[in-house]
Design a protein around this ligand. Structure first.
Ligand SMILES: C[S@@+](CC[C@H](N)C(=O)[O-])C[C@H]1O[C@@H](n2cnc3c(N)ncnc32)[C@H](O)[C@@H]1O
Length: 201
């Protein structure tokens, strides 16, 4: 189980890495990140996709829908779409990352399965009638952002939706308990391990 200290340590490493990226690569500028940024960009490692597929227990297939909230460059969308044939929808605040995710999904020949929307998560809401009911929702976001989503957006998810959170769990006081905690590679520190928290709404 993750202690508060471990979470705090993870966040500061994550932020330090992001600061490094900003100056090193100018990614921050290119991604046109502004005041609405709730979480910096970092890609999930491939082992996260494997763990999602394992813990979805066959529920992700041709007629399913997976969302990645804060989809970045679309790694998770592309991996899940390619492995299962599911429709994968990504939401991100960054025009640059949305365009990158679209381009990469075309390059990976899953362009017809992947949709990427430029949206701000703080105002985003699901439209189940228009877009279909999600089978699974994935997010790799910092705890402050998860806290906001657990009080709003996540509460609107239908019963039975799978919710996968990489690296940071939902706040314990909100009564969410994972049915599994999978050990996966750490996106921040190569060679270290992190957790994929798996919930059933
Ligand atoms: C840690 S990255 C995760 C990327 C991707 N989900 C993955 O796991 O590979 C967090 C993402 O959240 C996005 N993000 C930050 N604030 C956001 C907001 N207000 N609305 C939508 N996306 C946001 C960032 O642009 C970034 O791509």
């Amino acid at each position: 189980m993750m202690t508060e200290n471990m979470v705090a340590k993870g966040i500061s490493k994550f932020q330090a890495l992001f600061r490094g990226k900003v100056t090193r690569e100018g990614e921050y500028k290119r991604a046109k990140m502004g005041a609405d940024i709730l979480c910096p960009f970092l890609s999930s490692p491939p082992s996260v996709i494997t763990a999602i597929l394992q813990h979805a227990n066959g529920k992700l297939g041709k007629y399913s829908i997976l969302y990645d909230l804060g989809c970045g460059d679309g790694q998770v969308l592309i991996g899940v779409a390619a492995a299962t044939g599911a429709k994968c929808i990504g939401v991100d605040i960054s025009d640059f990352l949305c365009a990158t995710a679209r381009r990469k999904s075309l390059e990976a020949s899953v362009g017809s399965l992947v949709e990427v929307w430029r949206c701000d998560l703080s105002t985003f809401s699901f439209n189940f009638d228009r877009d279909g009911t999600p089978t699974a929702v994935f997010a790799f976001l910092v705890p402050s952002c998860l806290q906001v989503l657990s009080k709003g957006l996540f509460k609107t998810l239908p019963k039975g939706t799978l919710l996968f959170l990489y690296k940071f769990p939902l706040p314990l006081q909100d009564g969410w308990t994972p049915f599994a905690e999978a050990t996966v590679d750490d996106a921040v520190k190569q060679g270290s391990l992190a957790t994929l928290f798996c919930y059933l709404v």
